[in-house]
Design a protein around this ligand. Structure first.
Ligand code: PLP
Length: 239
C-alpha cells in the first residue's frame, strides 16, 4: 500500500532538491537542465521508490545487487532508468544485467571485459561509467585518478559497452575546497577522455558526482548527475 503522506513528503522533498539544483546551476552560470537528479534508493522500500518516480523521478540508483534484483521487477511498469551505483563483484554480473541500464561503478578492465561479454551475449549495449576514487580514501572503491584515463580508453573500446562518463564519491571532509578539488579532478579526467579522439570516448560526458550534503559544490565543478538519497527519502531504513 502506498502511504499517501509518505508519497506527498517525497514529492515535496524532491521538489526542494530540484530547487537546490536549479539555484546551484544558476550560481555556476549553468543551465539547470544540464544537471539530472538520480535518486539513491538504498534501503528504501519499493513503494517509496515508486512514489518518487510517480513524483517525477526519472533516474534510480541502487547500491546493492540484492536490492536491485528485489525492486527491479516492481518498477517495469514505470518509466525510469535504473543505475547500479555500488560496487559490483564479477560473480553478480548476471543478476545485474536484466535490471540495470547503466553500471556506474566500473573500476577495472577485468570487470569491464566480463560486463562486455555478458552484454554482447544478451544482444545489448550497456551504459557504463568509470568510478574514480578522487579523494584516495582507502575505504572508497574506484580506480586511482592516475590510472583512470587509461582504464577509460580500454573500456570505451570494448564492444557491448557504451562509456557514458565518470562517477565519484566525494571526499569526506568539512573543507569545501577539498571536496571541490576532488570534483574538479574528475572533470579534468572527463575532459581529457572525451577530448582524446580515442575510439568510443566521444560520449563520455557525464559527471556523476554530488550527494545530498554537497550537491552545490559538485554542480559548481560541472556535475551532470547528482545522486540524492536522504534529502528526498529522509533517513535510510533499517533492513
Ligand atoms: C547513498 C549514496 C548516495 C546518496 O547519499 P545521500 O547522502 O543520502 O544523498 C549517493 N551515491 C552513492 C554511491 C551512495 O551510496
Amino acid at each position: 500500500m502506498v502511504d499517501i503522506d509518505a508519497a506527498r513528503i517525497i514529492a515535496d522533498q524532491l521538489a526542494a532538491v530540484r530547487r537546490r539544483v536549479a539555484a546551484g546551476a544558476e550560481a555556476a552560470g549553468r543551465d539547470p537542465s544540464s544537471v539530472r537528479v538520480l535518486l539513491a534508493t538504498k534501503t528504501q522500500p519499493l513503494d517509496l521508490v515508486r512514489s518518487a518516480i510517480i513524483a517525477g523521478g526519472t533516474l534510480i540508483g541502487e547500491n546493492r545487487v540484492q536490492e536491485l534484483v528485489e525492486k527491479g521487477p516492481g518498477l517495469t511498469d514505470l518509466t525510469c532508468e535504473v543505475h547500479l551505483i555500488g560496487h559490483l563483484q564479477s560473480n553478480k554480473i548476471n543478476q545485474v544485467l536484466p535490471w540495470a541500464t547503466c553500471v556506474q561503478t566500473v573500476d577495472s578492465v577485468d570487470l569491464a571485459r566480463r560486463l562486455a561479454a555478458r552484454a554482447t551475449d544478451a544482444g545489448r549495449v550497456l551504459d557504463v561509467m568509470i568510478q574514480v576514487n578522487v579523494s584516495g580514501e582507502a575505504s572508497k572503491f574506484g580506480v586511482p585518478p592516475a590510472s583512470s584515463r587509461e582504464l577509460a580508453a580500454r573500456v570505451a573500446a570494448l564492444p557491448g559497452l557504451h562509456l557514458s562518463g565518470f562517477m565519484t564519491v566525494g571526499a569526506r571532509s568539512a573543507d569545501a575546497h577539498v571536496i571541490r578539488s576532488g570534483y574538479a579532478r574528475l572533470r579534468d579526467i572527463r575532459d581529457a577522455t572525451a577530448g582524446s579522439g580515442l575510439a568510443g570516448t566521444d560520449d563520455a560526458i557525464e559527471l556523476s558526482m554530488g550527494m545530498s550534503g554537497d550537491l552545490e559544490l559538485a554542480i559548481a565543478e560541472g556535475s551532470t548527475m547528482v545522486r540524492v538519497g536522504t534529502a528526498v527519502f529522509g533517513d535510510r531504513q533499517a533492513r
